[in-house]
Ligand binder design. Structure first.
Ligand code: ADP
Ligand code: MG
Length: 225
């Protein structure tokens, strides 16, 4: 089944308020994380070590939520520039490489060279990382992710990220992109909301094909420059 990624608009006001608070909270959190890491090096019991690593993990999760909120709140189209999408895709795959290896997942890629789009490099990178991360998490163990990117005859750049993971039912597909929708124990449910917002702002769209137990394919289409 195929579905276009949409989302409810009421998120905007809430996310802008949250983002300004989030920005202020980032610095103290970074220093707490630093001290936690220092403490980890001391002579500790196994139990104490476990408490510290859980604290660090939870701080990282809070940081991830903050990052997603910040992305939602600042559509900065005035800072858009022409970016080399091919190398941005490469960098995003590189960032996710260790997470993939850790889960015995191979990422293959067929990316046409010198694809160009207009937008913000960090934002498109955040989109690709969110989608690749979801793909890895959908596979659980041993699987493949394929990343394709090419320019089509209508002057659009298409990026396809395909996994052979657990897939989604029709009902699940319909819920995609609603803020906080997550089927994961420690999910934020903000990743795809952010992806949709960023791609829409850049004049593109995301469609998803998915079949339960077979896998999922995300396609991003953006105007080529
Ligand atoms: P999170 O990853 O924090 O749960 P997202 O917004 O990134 O939040 O994703 C929302 C939900 O969409 C996930 O919890 C999962 O149920 C579903 N999903 C996203 N990508 C995939 C995928 N590649 N395969 C299967 N389900 C997916
Ligand atoms: Mg996610």
């Amino acid at each position: 089944m195929r579905q276009e990624l949409l989302r409810t608009e009421k998120m905007n006001v809430v996310s802008q308020l949250a983002a300004s608070v989030a920005h202020e909270i980032r610095n103290p959190m970074t220093s707490v994380r630093g001290f936690m890491q220092l403490m980890q090096k001391e002579d500790l019991t196994k139990e104490q070590q476990m408490y510290i690593s859980i604290s660090i993990e939870e701080l990282d999760r809070a940081q991830e939520i903050i990052n997603q909120y910040l992305a939602l709140a600042k559509p900065q189209t005035d800072q858009y520039e022409i970016i080399d999408l091919s190398s941005t895709i490469q960098q995003s795959i590189d960032v996710m490489h260790s997470y993939a290896i850790l889960n015995s997942i191979h990422i293959s890629q067929h990316v046409e060279p010198s694809l160009k789009i207009e937008g913000l490099k960090l934002e498109i990178q955040q989109v690709l990382i969110n989608i690749i991360k979801n793909a890895i998490e959908a596979i659980k163990e041993k699987g493949e992710i394929r990343v394709l990117a090419f320019k089509n005859i209508n002057g659009y750049v298409c990026i396809e990220i395909k996994d052979n993971g657990m897939g989604m039912s029709k009902e699940q597909l319909k819920k995609l992109g609603s803020p906080y929708y997550s089927t994961k124990e420690k999910g934020t449910g903000l990743g795809l909301t952010v992806c949709h917002q960023i791609i829409k702002q850049m004049g593109g769209r995301i469609t998803i094909d998915s079949e339960l137990k077979k896998g999922t394919s995300f396609t991003i289409k953006l105007p080529s420059k």
